[in-house]
Design a protein. Structure first.
Length: 582
């Protein structure tokens, strides 16, 4: 009988409430974690606040929502059969299709039977005597597990600014990250949208198609590069599927875990004419790869100025009213906040029923019964959309009372910013793993390979512990401190650390300003994780069991041994931490 057939999770559930592992969240991270735990014959319970699998793609159903990495790459790689049987319809597939993919994965690997939906984990506490976690939910569940795995998502806790008078507004207020499942019909309505990040960039053109009047409240102007989205060419799809593993491996060796053309030359060594030609070439390709036009754009302010000027010229070329174009032109570093990928965003402002309101000088003062007041003017609406983003990286952790050894809570420990070893775990919280936690490449890489690499590392680690009968694994303080310092140091090399983005928690009032993801490059990070593992879990204390810090005999994560792609980075760049993570 296989581990799948014997279903240890059901056995654990029947006999009580003790599991090998509890997983919080059933997005792509929690789903893959559950699949792997089962493969190792371990019992698992997954809790998911939403009503089904999919995470981001379950919640973000706003009009125009889609991925901005190519779907052929923004997908799981762990199953060759899955890779072959699934077909994406577009280069950047829309949210319903990505959600359908998540649902297909859940069906195919029979995941739902171990997932409790519509259930939020409220507390997780470590017992130093039993060496187990007790996990509690808002439905009154109380279960224990040896391993507690946080798959809560980097962009899943919505940021809802506490606007004064919000409850006075008589119309509906939607957040893009909690969109109604039966959709919203804006036909004939006066609609206000707050925010100009990726969610607004995607939704504004479509809301404008329906609304009678649309007003966008802009606090910071945004750079957006056209997606040039298109139907996926079957010939192209076939060419990838003919050797998908090889293609995936090539992508993993790239700084962001995504494969696309990249020019390593410095912008500052080209003439103005050469640069314009290069920018035009990359603009025609569109999307995030535009940042691959030159290797120094995110490191040298003078180089960045050249691409920022080019992008501003593009905006002025699209938007007919020069005053509106000026307002839409950002004056900050290009790509410093996460670059947006658009389909007709700037063009939307040429339509007579679309208005742009600058709230940089005069913030939104309050909501009223009829609408929004800013700069002394009341704007009347039938509906308002908050495209105000997320409490990124740490927001979902903050919502759970996580108590580790000696009563230490994660919130207290992270008050000055998140502290982890490799973004995988944190001192004081034994056997608590974080999938794409702060301090890992996470949001600065293709998230699905980032998730798979973390889960595979954790599964190797858990197998290692189980083989030796070990009780707990926990990072050592000196290694955690060094890693936090390294994450911080590497971030300073990049221009990205200089602006007020969600990467540094600056979008949420009261959050400490710390650069949270690891910007040193995905394959470099992966190799570091491998070295830690093959060195016998260097920097971790493993307690109980024999010879637990001896090098493991097997690593079933062979695919994560990455040869760096030296076409897109040089030894000097790696040494200086100037790996072009775009
Ligand atoms: P999530 O998908 O966020 O899932 C986490 C789940 O945990 C959620 O379902 C949540 O309900 C649940 N949860 C959290 N706390 C609790 C709790 N206390 N109890 C129970 N359940 C809980 N990344 C890319 O690489 N490419 C893209 O193109 C891309 N596009 C994006 C578009 C949007 C609109 C957004 C918001 C993000 C996008 N991302 C993209 C990032 C995206 O979040 C990741 O790619 C990926 O989907 C994350 O998966 P996850 O499972 O780690 O987290
Ligand atoms: P975001 O990038 O954080 O944008 C939020 C917007 O709301 C910003 O323009 C912000 O202004 C504004 N805002 C916040 N509080 C405000 C306030 N009190 N008053 C006025 N404006 C306010 O959030 P997001 O657009 O949801 O995107 C978050 C991330 O999710 C993206 O960066 C990306 O990683 C991912 N995502 C990806 C896609 C995709 O294309 N695949 C789509 C959506 C999201 P400031 O800039 O001034 O703070």
């Amino acid at each position: 009988m296989t581990a799948e057939q014997s279903n240890p999770s059901e056995r654990a559930a029947e006999t009580g409430t003790a599991f090998d592992a509890v997983v919080v969240g059933a997005g792509f991270a929690g789903m893959y974690m559950l699949h792997c735990l089962r493969q190792q014959g371990l019992s698992a319970r997954v809790y998911e606040a939403g009503g089904d699998v999919g995470g981001t793609w379950y919640w973000n159903r706003y009009p125009g929502a889609r991925c901005d990495l190519p779907s052929m790459q923004y997908s799981y790689s762990f199953s060759e059969e899955l890779d072959q049987e699934w077909s994406w319809s577009e280069k950047y597939s829309p949210q319903p299709e990505i959600l359908a993919y998540a649902s297909h994965v859940a069906d195919r690997f029979d995941l739902r039977r171990d997932i409790h939906f519509d259930t939020s984990v409220t507390k997780a506490s470590f017992d130093d005597i039993t060496k187990r976690w007790t996990v509690e939910t808002d439905r009154g569940d109380q279960v224990t597990a040896k391993y507690c795995i946080m798959a809560v998502g980097c962009l899943s806790a919505t940021n809802k600014p506490p606007f004064e008078g919000l409850d006075d507004f008589v119309g509906p207020v939607y957040h893009t990250g909690e969109w109604p499942h039966d959709g919203v019909d804006f036909s004939g309505l006066r609609v206000g949208v707050i925010g100009t990040g990726s969610s607004a960039i995607q939704s504004v053109p479509i809301i404008a198609e329906q609304a009678a009047q649309l007003t966008v409240f802009q606090r910071t102007a945004t750079y957006a590069v056209p997606a040039w989205n298109e139907k996926l060419d079957p010939e192209f799809e076939k060419s990838i599927k003919d050797d998908y593993p090889e293609f995936r491996a090539k992508a993993r060796a790239r700084p962001t875990g995504v494969y696309f053309p990249f020019n390593l030359e410095p912008a500052l060594e080209s003439t103005h004419e050469e640069r314009i030609a290069k920018y035009e070439e990359f603009w025609a390709r569109g999307g995030l790869p535009f940042l691959g036009a030159y290797g120094d754009l995110l490191f040298e302010k003078d180089a960045n100025d050249t691409v920022a000027d080019f992008a501003r010229d593009k905006i002025r070329g699209i938007v007919k009213d020069p005053a509106i174009a000026d307002l839409l032109c950002p004056d900050n570093i290009f790509g410093c906040k996460r670059l947006c990928v658009d389909s007709g965003y700037y063009e939307t402002f040429n339509q007579p029923h679309v208005k742009l309101v600058d709230v940089s000088e005069h913030p939104i003062e309050r909501f009223t019964k009829k609408g929004i007041v800013t700069g002394g003017t009341e704007y009347e609406f039938d509906a308002v959309v908050c495209a105000t983003g997320f409490a990124a990286m740490t927001g979902s952790f903050d919502k759970i009372q996580i108590t580790g050894r000696n009563g230490l809570t994660l919130a207290e420990k992270w008050r000055g910013g998140p502290r982890t070893y490799l973004g995988l775990s944190s001192v004081g919280f034994p056997n608590l793993f974080m999938i794409t936690g702060p301090g890992s490449p996470s949001v600065l890489a293709n998230m699905i390979p980032s998730i798979e690499q973390h889960v595979d590392w954790m599964m190797d680690c858990i197998a290692h512990m189980e083989e030796r009968g070990a009780d707990t694994i926990e990072p050592q303080l000196a290694y955690e401190d060094d890693w936090v310092e390294h994450v911080n140091e590497v971030s300073k090399v990049s221009l990205r650390s200089t602006c007020s983005s969600w990467y540094v928690g600056a979008n949420v009032p009261g959050y400490p300003r710390v650069f949270m993801p690891y910007i040193g490059g995905f394959p470099i990070y992966v190799n570091r994780c491998n070295d830690v593992m093959t060195g016998g879990y260097t920097g971790f204390d493993i307690s109980g069991g024999g010879d637990s810090n001896a090098p493991p005999e097997i690593c079933w994560t062979e695919k994560w041994h990455v040869e760096l792609d030296m076409e897109v980075m040089t030894p000097a760049m790696i040494a200086a931490g100037r790996v072009p993570v775009i």
